[in-house]
Write a protein that binds this ligand. Structure first.
Ligand code: SF4
Length: 367
């Protein structure tokens, strides 16, 4: 072993060149035709990269097309209303991505006159743009030689060279970024980056890759060792927290009430029914005594509330959280004092950006 690379596929310039050339040839034949491919428009590349961060291509495609149709350039996005941007993002999850897009568009409009910055450092300075996205925009749009290392690239390189360096450690990230940089043909940086990502996405897939039909079948160390499933290596599993949520669909005649979620959480600025959140399950008696409940329903209204359970113990899984949610219908004769809730007609809910759980509840209630 040299460092964490086995010597079978020796890490030298000759082998790097060999791998780089093979990947580029493979890409010319196998690449998918996608609307953000083979273009040099940094705005469109940026939008596609942000959408694809946590979303599969098939699902992302539809969102990308709708988003670009409504917000075709930085100027249009910067001039929009954040609520509308969130509405276009509805269902994609990870809403901070949409909030950051909006903030970054305004930043570009104010500081660069609406023209996308063309250097890596300025790209990295945009809200929501990390090293990966900055490298993607810099290389795809401007052909700058920054290696792009996403999950597909980590997986492919870790298998090809049988690298046991954990991909979720800062040492591992640096290691794989350097390795990808050495494989890259710097004259065709954008093309190479797209090719290596596509190779990981289509050929060196997470489960049961077709190693027999792979162009690296005679060189891949993980395959030769019969240990493909052991790569990539991760150092830790993120902790998952359990949260219990109790929602109240408060009705007053034809009206219901929505609350805009505040604070810094993932659902910030999205709308939902008023709710109580707890780290432990609450009995109904505990629930009505909870400070958040009392804030929604002041003492003079609490006696007249009628509760009807609608949904019980609905499980909703997020990346680092498992939610168990109940929903009650609460009928009130006259609605007043419901905290900062918005009173809307039932059919107006379509106009408000809501998170996936709230959307699911609404479908179930009206199902
Ligand atoms: S041989 Fe298998 S594991 Fe190795 S690069 Fe090809 S598809 Fe991936």
């Amino acid at each position: 072993m040299v460092g964490n690379i086995c010597l079978f596929l020796r890490p030298n310039m000759e082998n790097y060149k060999f791998v780089g050339e093979k990947i580029l040839s493979w890409y010319q034949i196998h690449k998918r035709i996608l609307p953000w491919r083979d273009i040099a428009n940094p705005y469109k590349i940026w939008i596609s990269e942000i959408i694809l961060q946590q979303t599969r291509v098939v699902q992302g495609l539809e969102y990308y097309e709708r988003f670009i149709e409504r917000f075709p350039d930085v100027h249009t996005l910067a001039a929009a209303d954040e609520q509308e941007v969130l509405k276009y993002w509805q269902g994609l999850g990870y809403y901070s991505r949409a909030r950051n897009l909006f903030a970054a568009a305004r930043h570009i409009e104010t500081h660069f006159g609406g023209k996308f910055p063309e250097d890596y450092a300025a790209l990295l300075n945009l809200k929501g743009v990390g090293e990966y996205t900055a490298a993607a925009i810099a290389s795809f749009a401007f052909n700058l030689p920054y290696p792009v290392v996403d999950g597909n690239v980590f997986r492919f390189l870790s298998r090809l060279f049988a690298v046991r360096e954990p991909i979720d450690s800062s040492k591992g990230k640096k290691f794989f970024t350097d390795l990808a940089g050495r494989l890259m043909d710097r004259r065709q940086a954008g093309l190479f980056n797209q090719a290596i990502m596509e190779f990981g996405a289509l050929q060196c897939v997470p489960a049961s890759p077709d190693c027999g039909g792979c162009i690296f079948t005679s060189q891949c160390l993980a395959k030769m060792q019969g240990k493909v499933s052991e790569f990539p290596v991760k150092s830790s599993k993120p902790e998952t927290k359990t949260v219990f949520l109790y929602y109240f669909m408060v009705r007053s005649g034809d009206f219901i009430f929505l609350k805009k979620r505040e604070g810094k959480g993932i659902w910030q600025n999205l709308y939902e029914f008023p709710s109580v959140e707890s780290e432990t399950p609450l009995s109904f008696e505990d629930l009505v005594e909870h400070s958040a409940f009392r804030a929604f329903f002041p003492a003079n209204t609490r006696r007249r509330l009628l509760f009807k359970p609608l949904i019980k113990n609905y499980k909703h899984v997020l990346t680092h959280r498992t939610l168990y949610a109940d929903c009650y219908e609460v009928s009130v004769a006259k609605a007043s004092g419901l905290g900062k809730c918005k009173k809307i007609r039932r059919d107006e809910i379509e106009e408000y950006p809501v998170h996936r759980l709230m959307q699911r509840f609404w479908e179930m209630i009206n199902g």
